[in-house]
Structures are given as structure tokens and as C-alpha cells.
Design a protein around this ligand. Structure first.
Ligand code: AMP
Ligand code: MG
Length: 398
């Protein structure tokens, strides 16, 4: 049996950062920039007004109140084509281009409409030179770098890039993943299970976890037949970046078809000193990385979080590859039997902020994970961890 850290390191070493790809902005959320982004445009693109008001010449409003003739309007998308001269003003709306001849804006709150002449306004306050004018390029200058390589793009970054007219970005893509579910006993939700059949749940579980990472996911089902699984793997090895299988990787001899099928590939099948998820396979199938997870849904969660997620994060250039653990305080005792393995226990955060285990079922039941947001690694060196102890928790699903 191998130790957890050793297997984790080998899996991580196997993964390589994927080649950069050009993506449209709307597909790039969560991805990591391959290089810095240079703006092709100034921001703002032109001098414009920060307020609804009147564009005036500063020298005209040094003595207030002063009455000015209104000669035009500049609204968003409709610049005033003319120019104002001494004694004149132009109405201006927020975001509208600054008016030629004007050098400041008087907010609408600081003027009075002339009651007898719709064509005149009285300015009550001197706003000062340049007031309420947003200058071309004051936020970003064309040709300057705006985001550094290695930035993980969030919606704020993407909105910012859009505002600079950026259409595409060079990013490290999330891997394309195929989930290969194996098992003669499995039927899809919506079917009526026959004798000995059970509902297939791993593909939903894995698809959801992978979707959250931005992976492009497809699903293939296979029966427990060595040759057909081997043929399927061969085919998928040319199409996917990563293959994740479930089932058939234990010690059931000829009944564990996947384990036999991977013998013709560069894949290791190992036993890890953890519970659940002791059996695990990893290696290369064609151009793809391959992870063989056990069939038990609870084992799938544990294997995915411990081995697969860090590898996928590394491929997508997400740092750190291993999501950091955090500390929590136990709300109740947790005990275990000594079988020499590290146990991974699904944990829930209660209303008082302390952590308790969500269930005591075996790995056949995924229900404890339905309610969990973290898992606790419980080392075999201890039999009991008491209520009130501070423990290290591994986040789930993120
Ligand atoms: P295996 O690893 O193939 O021996 O499967 C271990 C257990 O997990 C068995 O009880 C299987 O029926 C169950 N199992 C395997 N694959 C799935 C799946 N895709 N969804 C739900 N349960 C599964
Ligand atoms: Mg099976």
C-alpha cells in the first residue's frame, strides 16, 4: 500500500500546464491569462462629462451669478458639432463628448433656467478649471499593459477588457474531460432498475464538479467488458485531455474489467492507505491523462478532491494546484477504528460555526457528502478527536 502524499506528488508530476488558446471573452471566465494584455485604446476614448449639466468656458464663470446663452446639446452618442464662444454654454449629459471651446462642466444643480428665455441659463457656482470632465486616456493609455499574465479572469476583469474593446484573450484552457462510467449493474436515473441494478450517480457527481472548474465535459458508459473498455480508452485517448473512469479498479480479479483493460496502457494501478478510495489508477492513455477512480460514489468524491482536482488545476495554470486547507473547531467528538489508513470524513459547518461529521455510513452511500462542505483527514495515529479540538479541513466542491 502506498502513502497518500507519495501518490499525490506522482499524480501532480504527471500533469502539465496546457498550451495557451485564444478564447472569446464570454468563454474566458475563470481561465488564466497566458500573457499580459495590452490595451489597443485609451479609456476614456474621448474627453466627456462626468455630470448632467452645462459645458462652459471657465473664464466665463469666474464671477457668478452669470447668464449664458445655450447654443446646443451634447448627449451620449450625439456630440455637439459646433463650438462655444465666450458667453455661451451647451447642455451636456453624463458620458457625452466634451464640447469644443468648453473646459469645464457646471452640474445642473448649480444653474438656474432663465424664466423668461428658454435659450439662457444662469450659472450660480464657479466649478473651477476642468471640473467634472473625464479626460481621454486618464484611466488607461493605448499601448499600456492592463492585466498581467497569470491573472485568473473574473467577471470584473472581463468587463474591464470589454470596455477596452478587447474581443479575444490568450488563456490556458480548462481541460476537455471525458467521464467513463463502467459497471454492468448501472442504469440511468429515469429507468426502472431490474434485479441487481442500481442507479448510476457518479457521472452526475463528476460532471458537476468538473463543470464548476470550467471543463468541457462529456460522458461515456461502458459495460464490464475488458476489450470494449480498452477500445473505448484507445478512442478517448485521441479526443480528450483527461479521461476519468469510475469502477472496476479494485481487487475483484476478472470482475474488475477496467483494471484489466488499462494493462495495455501506461497506467499504474495502486492501493493508497486511505479510506474510502483505496484503489486508484493513473497514467497516460494516448494523449490524455487517465484517472481510474473506484466506483463507490463517496470514493469518487475523495479521489477527485485529493488527486484529480490538483492535476486539473495545474493543467489550467491555477495556483495553487492544491486548494489550501483551513482550520475549524469540532462541535462533537469524532472517533475511528485503527486500520492503518487515513480516513476522510465528510463534515458540515453547523449554525454555531463548529464542524460535525455528516454521517457514519460506508463508502457505498454518497448521502453524507450531500450535506458536507469539507472533509477532515483523520490520521491512524489517533483514535478519538474531542469536541472543541481545532482540526484541519479540506474544502469540498471548490
Ligand atoms: P466497483 O469499483 O466497480 O467495484 O464499484 C464499487 C461500487 O460502486 C459498487 O457497489 C458499484 O455498484 C458502485 N458503482 C460503480 N459505479 C457506479 C456509478 N457510476 N454510480 C453509482 N454507483 C456505482
Ligand atoms: Mg464495477
Amino acid at each position: 500500500m502506498l502513502q497518500l502524499q507519495q501518490v499525490r506528488q506522482r499524480v501532480l508530476d504527471l500533469a502539465r500546464v496546457s498550451d495557451a488558446r485564444t478564447l472569446r471573452l464570454e468563454s474566458a471566465a475563470g481561465r488564466v491569462l497566458a500573457g499580459e494584455v495590452i490595451s489597443g485604446f485609451d479609456y476614456p476614448l474621448f474627453d466627456n462629462s462626468a455630470m448632467d449639466g452645462f459645458a462652459v468656458r471657465c473664464e466665463d464663470v469666474e464671477q457668478v451669478p452669470v447668464s449664458l446663452e445655450v447654443v446646443g446639446v451634447s448627449s451620449a452618442g450625439h456630440p455637439f458639432r459646433g463650438r462655444i464662444e465666450s458667453g455661451q454654454a451647451a447642455r451636456i449629459l453624463t458620458g457625452a463628448p466634451m464640447v469644443d471651446g468648453a473646459d469645464c462642466v457646471v452640474p445642473v444643480e448649480q444653474i438656474q433656467q432663465d424664466p423668461n428665455d428658454a435659450g439662457r441659463v444662469t450659472v450660480l457656482v464657479d466649478p473651477g478649471e476642468g471640473a467634472h470632465v473625464r479626460r481621454r486616456g486618464e484611466v488607461v493609455r493605448a499601448g499600456s499593459p492592463v492585466l498581467a499574465g497569470g491573472t485568473q479572469l473574473n467577471p470584473g476583469h472581463l468587463g474591464f477588457l470589454s470596455s477596452l474593446g478587447v474581443e479575444n484573450v490568450e488563456v490556458v484552457p480548462a481541460p476537455r474531460v471525458v467521464i467513463l462510467s463502467t459497471g454492468d449493474e448501472l442504469v440511468g436515473p429515469g429507468s426502472v432498475p431490474g434485479p441487481g441494478q442500481i442507479f448510476e450517480s457518479n457521472t452526475t457527481l463528476l460532471s458537476s464538479m468538473l463543470g464548476g472548474m470550467g471543463c468541457d465535459v462529456s460522458v461515456v458508459h461502458a459495460l464490464d467488458d475488458i476489450d470494449s473498455i480498452a477500445a473505448e480508452l484507445q478512442r478517448l485517448g485521441t479526443q480528450a485531455d483527461v479521461i476519468i473512469s469510475t469502477g472496476g479498479v479494485s481487487m475483484g480479479g476478472e470482475y474488475d474489467a477496467l483494471r484489466n483493460a488499462v494493462e495495455s496502457f501506461d497506467v499504474d494501478v495502486v492501493q493508497v492507505a486511505i479510506k474510502p478510495a483505496k484503489p486508484f489508477a493513473f497514467g497516460r492513455v494516448g494523449d490524455a491523462l487517465m484517472f481510474g477512480l473506484p466506483g463507490n460514489p463517496a470514493s469518487v468524491v475523495v479521489s477527485f478532491e485529493l488527486f484529480v482536482r490538483p492535476a486539473l488545476r495545474k493543467m489550467a495554470a491555477l495556483e495553487p494546484a492544491v486548494v489550501p486547507t483551513f482550520k475549524g473547531v469540532l462541535g462533537a467528538d469524532v472517533s475511528r477504528v485503527d486500520d492503518g489508513k487515513t480516513h476522510f470524513i465528510p463534515m458540515r459547518r453547523d449554525a454555531d460555526g463548529r464542524w460535525t461529521r455528516t454521517g457514519t455510513h460506508g463508502s457505498h452511500a454518497v448521502s453524507p457528502f450531500a450535506d458536507a462542505s469539507a472533509m477532515m483527514a483523520f490520521e491512524p495515529t489517533r483514535g478519538l478527536i474531542e469536541e472543541g479540538s481545532e482540526v484541519e479541513l479540506i474544502p469540498l466542491w471548490t
